[in-house]
Design a protein around this ligand. Sequence first.
Ligand code: HEC
Length: 121
Amino acid sequence: MYTKKNFLFGLCCSVFFYGCTSDSLSDLTELDNITEVKYNQNIKSIIDNNCISCHGATPTSGAPNSLHTYELVKDAVLNLDLIDRISRAEGTSGAMPLGGPRLSQSDINKVIQWNTDGLME
Ligand code: HEC
């Protein structure tokens, strides 16, 4: 009788812990989604802090293009080699931001990851 009770108790525990295990798995999956890079969450602030001074709504200081909306930044990645420009060594021809300093490697990686993830808004 005692043993049977223990067995039932054990059964309940394993169901309980199995439940916990599946919860942690779905938590992990959700975390994975959150780390997808998106323009508004991850990219806009990088552009605003480092590029908008020249690439504003009305470009200044000789910048040929604006980077002040999602569409314009996406277009610059697709058609104007934006990732190549920010990846160049500081001080080399065409490196952005013009006149430096180079973006942090983690910011450069975020833009590269944004492109890999599909340039989501
Ligand atoms: C101090 C002003 C200034 C800043 C800040 C600046 N740029 Fe530029 N940018 C320019 C100028 C001037 C040009 C045109 C000369 C050239 O192509 O190198 C240019 C050109 C570009 C081009 C090529 C556009 C084309 O039509 O081919 C891209 C892409 C670009 N910049 C991206 C950026 C990004 C991204 C940032 C921020 C990380 C940035 N720039 C910051 C002045 C600036």
